[in-house]
Design a binder for this molecule. Structure first.
Ligand code: 5AD
Ligand code: FES
Length: 336
């Protein structure tokens, strides 16, 4: 649907009618992307980051974090196990850790590609040459949230980073033929619904293939410890409106949603989402990759999470996707 900014703001503000909105998003989801839920195995392979975003638990300045990065072999091994338990997409996520040079990443991508999986990278801002090399090595998709399109807010949340540069990175990724995932946090300090409406229009305008939308959850060891944080309801409404605006894209039920409510991901799957990214990181690393507090599944294993989420998905009458679950662009147009 081609909503204008005012229409989006109205939907985002309308807490009373949110059930109707979720129902609509659920119907559009069924109509365009069906009842399959695509699972992605998420490997959090390094919590070392050169950046210092005010909101993030693994920011450079948080000296209470016990830092780790997996070795090349550990990472490949984790991916192999995830492929063996049935994941058709592996998402490799980390802080901006320069230990993972271009050559190292390429070797890892080539090795993991042999497991017959789609590969998604979520490793932040890199150079064009690096993005190109990763793509040529076999990476299929790239996730990088724009976080907010309010440039002043973006620069307040990380004075060292540049909104324009992040945007330029998204454009490079798109040009190189990756499926592009982007998204935002909902409930950042000083963020308004007007600004969230701009974010949604932006994501539609750049033609993303996947939209990751989650509530901001303040981390006690960051400068934003005392902030209010986002609510699950507003995050769900934002996600549902995104589904109406971009009916055929992939939309994950985000982990942060479940951190605010024990049924957060199921609620999201019934309000427009069609993807879940269970954690397949092993052992202590799970706890140490703490972007925000209250992260779910920190004491679980990949096998446990796979079967837990599988049962929850089937309990609401949905099925687990059997293919790679990439963005199937629809030719169908919405009526208005
Ligand atoms: N609360 C919620 N989400 C967060 N992220 C980072 N820190 C937080 C937080 N405190 C999100 C960002 C980032 C993604 C990997 O995690 O949107 O892009
Ligand atoms: Fe990890 Fe349910 S998904 S325990």
């Amino acid at each position: 649907m081609d909503f204008n900014k005012l229409q989006i703001i109205k939907l985002l503000n309308d807490a009373e009618q949110q059930k109707t909105l979720f129902k609509k998003a659920d119907n559009i989801r069924r109509q365009y992307v069906g009842d399959e839920v695509h699972l992605r195995g998420l490997i959090e392979f390094s919590n070392i980051c050169r950046n210092n975003c005010l909101y993030c638990g693994i920011r450079r300045g948080n000296n209470k974090v016990v830092r780790y990065h997996m070795t090349e072999d550990e990472l490949i091994d984790t991916a192999r196990k995830a492929a063996n338990i049935g994941f058709k997409t592996i998402v490799m996520q980390s802080g901006e850790d320069m230990y993972y040079t271009q050559d190292k990443m390429c070797r890892i991508i080539e090795a993991i590609k042999k497991f017959d999986v789609a590969i998604t990278l979520s490793i932040g801002e890199r150079t064009y040459d690096e993005y190109k090399a990763f793509r040529e090595a076999g990476a299929d998709r790239y996730l990088m949230r724009i976080e907010t399109t309010d440039k002043d807010l973006y620069h307040k949340l990380d004075p060292e980073m540049s909104w324009q540069h992040r945007y330029d990175c998204l454009m490079m990724i798109k040009e190189l033929g990756y499926e592009l995932g982007s998204g935002i946090m909902v409930g950042l300090p000083e963020q308004t619904v007007e600004s969230i409406a701009d974010d949604l229009l932006f994501l539609k305008d750049i033609g993303i293939d996947m939209a990751g939308i989650g509530p901001f959850i303040p981390h006690p060891q960051t400068p934003l410890a005392g902030a209010a944080g986002g609510t699950l309801d507003l995050a769900l409404r934002t996600m549902a409106v995104m589904r109406l605006m971009m009916p055929d894209i992939n939309i994950p039920a985000t982990t942060a949603m479940e951190s605010l409510h024990p049924k957060g991901r199921i609620m999201a799957l019934q309000a427009g989402a069609n993807v879940v990214m269970p954690n397949v990181t092993e052992g202590e690393y799970r706890k140490l990759y703490e972007l925000y507090p209250g992260k779910i599944c920190v004491n679980d294993t990949p096998v446990h999470c796979r079967s837990c989420i599988g049962m929850k998905i089937e309990a609401i009458g949905r099925t687990i996707g059997k293919g790679y679950g990439g963005h199937q662009k629809s030719m169908q147009k919405t009526k208005d």
